[in-house]
Design a protein around this ligand. Structure first.
Ligand SMILES: [Zn+2]
Length: 219
């Protein structure tokens, strides 16, 4: 092969999967901060098994901050063009350093998480991360924001904060205009649920059933 034929291929840019937003049988959990002027880059669809796993993992140690990653798909709705992530699994982070007010992922944490992703969920992506704030509120600290920007830099990667004592939770998501507010969280969609059989217990969110015609809450 002559050197003229050698091309440097740019690193593959991830693309969203084309899919329909799974609004049927989804329950929309709203944050008190949700409003028409705040448009997240992606909406979050949480499967019930993943929600249960996150709740179990975050209740194991309530005296220290604990965390991990959220695994699933990044998708774009065929009709509306709206992007969303589907959280299918959660993996607790190992080799972390933590205290009651602090959590950090080490290099070993990241290597381990990427290894597990490749072995167990080769066709899925790390769509975000979660961590707890025992006896604190739902926000991202300066350090959390640093971690989010550096380790989860894609516009569609989200950060979930859970307060296990008062049972609260919320998602921090970059907005369509590129801004990011570490003090105001978004809600999410609980999949395969209706108001009579929801498993979400976070007290700071309120629900809104999504009918077969789609989500009325954004109208
Ligand atoms: Zn934090």
């Amino acid at each position: 092969m002559s050197s003229l034929n050698i091309r440097i291929t740019p690193p593959e840019t991830p693309q969203p999967d084309s899919a329909q937003r799974p609004l049927e049988k989804a329950l929309h959990w709203h944050s008190p901060y949700d409003s028409a002027v705040r448009q997240p880059t992606v909406s979050v669809f949480f499967t019930r098994p993943a929600y249960i796993r996150v709740c179990v993992y975050t209740c194991i140690d309530t005296s220290n901050e604990v965390g991990g990653v959220l695994i699933g798909q990044w998708c774009q709705d065929q009709e509306s063009g709206q992007q969303f992530v589907v959280v299918q699994h959660a993996l607790p982070a190992r080799f972390t350093r933590q205290s009651s007010v602090y959590l950090t992922f080490t290099q070993d944490t990241l290597v381990d998480l990427h290894d597990q992703l490749e072995k167990r969920f080769p066709n899925e992506k790390i769509v975000g991360w979660y961590h707890t704030h025992p006896r604190m509120g739902i926000f991202l600290s300066h350090y959390d924001t640093f971690l989010h920007k550096n380790f989860f830099p894609e516009p569609w990667q989200v950060a979930l904060v859970i307060e296990p004592y008062s049972s609260q939770g919320g998602f921090f998501i970059r907005q369509a205009d590129g801004s990011f507010d570490p003090t105001r969280y978004f809600g999410f969609y609980e999949m395969d649920a209706d108001s009579s059989r929801s498993i979400v217990r976070w007290q700071n969110l309120h629900q809104d059933e999504v009918g077969p015609e789609g989500d009325k809450s954004n109208e």
